[in-house]
Design a protein around this ligand. Structure first.
Ligand code: XMP
Length: 511
């Protein structure tokens, strides 16, 4: 076991998943966790995450010196590194130059255990205002950058390692290697934990927990809820009922596709109920333009529809949710970090259905880990590698007010975009891509006539974990073909844009 102590950074779960990628089991705890509890867990290593505070300020998250004297190796990242230095007698202050983004790091100690086989210079992801100005006694500097004299420091004898940059972010090209080095070389972990073990253990745990109980699942047809549903179906078969709400904000033909896979003609042992609730959603959303309000309305209406179905079924014992980790963290429920967007499938499903407990089998996993679990479960690749689709659906891909007409426009444009991306083989290369409808109209000319119509935005991003992303390089010829087909085939569109923004500063969805 490796323990990750959460100091409120955005990338905390990434640290955990990098450790899991090394096939080492890992759990995240708040920095407020008592030292006695940590000792009881007998971890082989401890990693301190980044965080938004300045460690020298009063009231900033901290930890007692004892943590560093347990004889357990500690790796501090960013804030965690600064805190380690601060607590152990070094100095941390506001940096003269704020470093943000990809930065060249020079390794000064090639035989450092954490930098084994790491090249110098190596590209790392920096994001800090504060910096270590003086390493703590007993430490030596092991890496630096042009602007940051202490990019890494260590006290090898005590097993203490401080790294100012973020090895957990994939932009740090050799970051996974560094974390692997720490957990294997320094902590001595064996690395024998695997995804098939996770799937088997989860199914067995669900079976035991549920017993003869009845289970209800809200199925969206997306990867997460599909994997959760199949896991439950494998564990308890027809004790599971899946309710699929068509809120009228799905991609073109999606409702029928979901029904084909999970419905009575489909592959799985479960009860399937489809509810066509389009009209209700459009009515509730009429005139609403504010993104968070739209998300809330869709979320609440979804719950209301679901509740009505649940009432028909009667009392159930458990409710399943396909919540995955990024949903948890971005909704501000992931321990110490801040809210980015309220994801509609997280955050207190209220007590609207009569059930005992919520089951969230994927709550600790990232999207690609969910996919791996899906493959382990034998779910067809076509489903497992399906484009991610947000719970609020096209509702957050139509900027501004949602109308039935706009839904039709974005569905048709998106279908063309996906068709052409598939045909060009881009679906295998690009992480997520979709069309959105801007709420901008502009003047154009078509067949000698003036038009005043909508602009569609195309987005394509590459990302591994959906926490950070870069715009994808889609060939011009594909973009041209898509553009020309959209303006010709979709009514009320006379202009197409391609979005080049990364995440950060953009998010993947538009709202
Ligand atoms: P953002 O826009 O936050 O998206 O960069 C990151 C990933 O999450 C998906 N997403 C959602 N998924 N419910 C979901 O189930 C939501 O409310 C939601 N909002 C965004 C998005 O499609 C991307 O894959």
């Amino acid at each position: 076991l490796v323990i990750v102590l959460d100091f409120g950074g955005q990338y905390n779960q990434l640290v955990a998943r990098r450790v899991r990628e090394c096939n080492v089991y890992c759990e995240i705890y708040s920095y407020k966790t008592d030292i006695e509890k940590i000792k009881e867990m007998k971890p082989k290593g401890i990693i301190l995450t980044g965080g938004p505070n300045s460690c020298y300020e009063e009231d900033s998250p901290t930890y007692s010196r004892e943590l560093f004297e347990l004889g357990i190796p500690v790796l501090g990242l960013c804030y965690g590194a600064q805190l380690m230095m601060h607590v152990l007698g070094g100095n941390v202050g506001r940096a003269e130059v704020r470093e943000y983004g990809k930065t060249e790091v020079l390794i000064d100690k090639q035989d450092s255990k954490v930098f084994e086989n790491v090249s110098t210079p190596t590209i790392c992801w920096m994001s800090h205002f504060d910096a270590i100005s003086q390493e703590a006694p007993g430490f030596e500097i092991t890496a630096h950058t042009a602007d940051c004299p202490v990019a890494a420091a260590e006290n090898e004898a005590e097993g203490l390692y401080a790294i100012q940059f973020h090895p957990e972010v994939l932009h740090t090209v050799e970051g996974t290697k560094m974390i692997n080095n720490f957990v294997k070389n320094v902590c001595g972990c064996a690395g024998d934990w695997k995804m098939d073990a996770f799937v088997e253990e989860t199914i067995a745990a669900i079976r035991e927990k549920v017993g003869n109980g009845k289970v209800l699942c809200a199925l969206s047809g997306g990867v997460d809820s599909s994997v959760a549903a199949v896991m439950l179906s494998k564990a308890i078969g027809s004790q599971l009922t899946c309710v699929f709400v068509d809120h009228g904000l799905l991609r073109k033909n999606e409702g029928d596709e979901v029904e084909a896979v999970f419905g009575p003609e489909g592959h799985y042992d479960l009860n399937f109920i489809r509810v066509n609730a389009q009209e209700r959603f459009y009515e509730k959303l009429a005139g609403v333009t504010e993104p968070e309000e739209k998300r809330k309305i869709i979320g609440e209406e979804f719950i209301r529809v679901f509740e009505e179905e649940a009432k028909k079924i009667g009392t159930v014992d458990f409710l399943v949710q396909g919540t995955i980790y990024p949903d948890v963290v971005e909704s501000g429920l992931g321990g110490e970090s801040a809210v980015i967007k309220s994801h509609h499938n997280v955050g207190g499903l209220p007590d609207y259905v009569d059930f005992k407990e919520i089951i969230e089998p994927l709550r600790d996993l990232f999207k690609d880990e969910v996919r791996k679990a899906g493959l382990e479960l034998g779910i067809p690749e076509r489903l497992v590698f399906r484009q991610p689709f947000p719970g609020p659906g096209l509702g957050i891909r139509i900027i501004g007010e949602i109308t039935e007409e706009k839904v039709k426009i974005v569905q048709d444009a998106d279908a063309i975009y996906r068709e052409e991306m598939d045909a060009a083989g881009m679906n295998k290369i690009v992480g997520q891509y979709f069309a959105a409808l801007t709420n901008m109209r502009s003047v154009g000319v078509m067949g000698d006539e003036r038009t005043y119509d909508y602009a569609v935005a195309l987005r394509a991003v590459n990302t591994i974990d959906f926490m950070t992303a870069e715009s994808a390089e889609v060939p011009w010829e594909v973009l041209h073909r898509v553009t020309s087909r959209i303006v010709n085939e979709v009514n009320h569109v006379n202009r197409v844009f391609y979005d080049l923004t990364g995440k950060p500063p953009g998010t993947i969805e538009f709202e």
